[in-house]
Design a protein. Structure first.
Length: 73
């Protein structure tokens, strides 16, 4: 994804309802298709990142000790 794609994705994610409605009113079918492709790409990137994070965590010993210590306070 290039800078233009990221800027457009940022707009789609952060636009309020008024701005998004104004964009939709002037958007062509190609614009909407492009926006859907961007959101699907970002969703896939997030899912991959989430799987990577889950794979990195293997030992929960310290977390369990901290939880037990908090419960016993």
């Amino acid at each position: 994804m290039n800078k233009r794609d990221r800027d457009n994705t940022r707009f789609l994610i952060s636009a309020d309802l008024t701005a998004l409605a104004a964009w939709i009113d002037q958007a062509t079918n190609e614009d909407i298709k492009y926006a859907l492709e961007l959101t699907n790409t970002v969703r896939s990137e997030i899912e991959i990142h989430e799987m990577d994070l889950q794979d990195e965590i293997e030992d929960f010993t310290e977390a369990k000790l901290l939880i037990d210590r908090i419960k016993n306070v």
